[in-house]
Design a protein around this ligand. Structure first.
Ligand SMILES: *Cc1c(COP(=O)(O)O)cnc(C)c1O
Length: 396
């Protein structure tokens, strides 16, 4: 491999920002380029028949820009192996498909990302996988389900989308282990800065790097992080066999984003906390959902489990109902009306009419007066001013 910092940085006590900036980032041996180049090549010259140079043969199998990002992410996560993909869902698909066989079962929370639910319910279930849904924040429901049948995986998302429900990763992992079930945590909302699922007992971590890791709303990507070498081999085999790899440019954007992740996530969290507290006292608001607020049902667990902040996502129910939510979301000037999250710019959306429209009428249905905010890293006073003028527009 071209990069060799992985081993050395894994085993040090270097801080997360240092790892983010240096792990996997050895200057290019040919030119000394400080930044890993975007290796836009599909194939690599062999030194003799079957003699690959540093293990590189074909970019679906392995590409140096992707390797650099994978090593960087593994080091930031504190995991042994990271593998990146063309999207978060591609990462989730490969993790599941590399291990599940028809007849196996998966248990998920009732508030998982809609795309994850769709992949499981519409692709894996017809393929022969059993799927059950529980309220994952209720340990009694989770243990009753685990006792009733064997599940290969228990899928956890915390904070979840859009109500930012909090699941205790350590307690849930300990419970699942009693039943021989592996816990997978979708850590997209918290990012590897605020939450460390592998250290808390999870078996695997997945990301949509489209969100905080890429961080600039300019790339779609995903990743899986595991400690188990045999699992790494199975995922790599499926990654190469099915082929949903990120382009070298995608991997480069993710790599660039990851270097500033800590700074950004701390600012996202600080801005979000300020805005959540401001919203909680506002007359146009019925209820604020933010795990940093003491009023949030998961606050105590979040305060233990998340480190350095509570993330950049806030959901808020408006007192004016569904119509107020729509008018509010259409009235902001700095917040952009758009799906997705985790970029430097603030976004606003109405889940019931946008991201969560497909779950209307199911157990995943969300309140119609709910507005979801992805708090960016702009000046917080400007963001509050923008929300204040949107409240005024709703009242008019
Ligand atoms: C966006 C998202 C995904 C899916 O990722 P894509 O990159 O859009 O495929 C999965 N989980 C969560 C929590 C997400 O927010």
């Amino acid at each position: 491999m071209i990069t060799n910092t992985h081993e050395t940085l894994q085993n040090t006590t270097l801080g997360v920002a240092t790892r983010a900036i240096h792990a996997g980032q050895t200057p290019d041996p040919t030119t000394g380029a400080v930044v890993t180049p975007i290796f836009m090549t599909s194939t690599f010259k062999q030194d003799g028949v079957g003699e690959m140079r540093n293990g590189y043969d074909y970019s679906r199998s392995v590409n140096p820009t992707r390797t650099a990002f994978d090593e960087q992410l593994a080091a930031v996560e504190g995991g042994a192996y990271a593998m990146s993909f063309a999207s978060g869902l591609a990462a989730i698909d490969v993790l599941l498909r590399s291990t599940l066989r028809p007849g196996d079962n998966v248990l998920i929370g009732n508030d998982v990302y809609g795309g994850t639910y769709r992949l499981l319910a519409k692709v894996f279930v017809p393929w022969g996988i059993g799927l059950d849904v529980v309220d994952i924040t209720d340990p009694a429901q989770v243990s009753a389900a685990l006792a009733a049948k064997h599940y290969t995986y228990l899928w956890v998302e915390t904070p979840s989308n859009p109500l930012l429900n909090i699941t205790d990763i350590a307690a849930t992992s300990a419970l699942a282990h009693q039943y021989g079930t592996k816990v997978v945590v979708d850590n997209t909302f918290a990012s590897p800065i605020l939450q460390h699922p592998l250290a808390d007992g999870a078996y695997a971590v997945v990301y949509s790097t489209t969100k905080y890791i890429g961080g600039h709303s300019d790339v779609v990507g995903g990743a899986v992080v595991v400690n188990d070498e045999a699992m790494r081999d199975r995922i790599e085999f499926m990654q190469n066999s099915a082929g949903a790899v990120p382009s070298p440019f995608d991997a480069w954007l993710d790599m660039r984003g990851l270097k500033t992740l800590e700074l950004r996530v701390l600012r996202h969290s600080e801005n979000a906390m300020t805005i959540a507290q401001w919203l909680e006292g506002h007359s146009g608001v019925e209820r604020v959902w933010y795990p940093g607020l003491e009023s949030h049902p998961g606050h105590e667990i979040a305060a233990r489990q998340m480190h350095g902040g509570f993330g950049g996502m806030i959901s808020v129910q408006l007192s004016g109902g569904a119509e107020a939510a729509r008018r509010f979301a259409a009235s902001t000037e700095i917040f952009t009306l758009a799906e997705s999250l985790g970029g430097v710019e603030s976004l606003i959306e109405v889940p019931a009419a946008m991201t969560h429209m497909s779950v209307a009428g199911t157990t995943l249905e969300v309140p119609a007066n709910l507005v979801r905010l992805s708090i960016g890293i702009e000046d917080v006073d400007d963001l509050i001013g923008d929300l204040e003028q949107a409240f005024a527009a709703v009242r008019d």
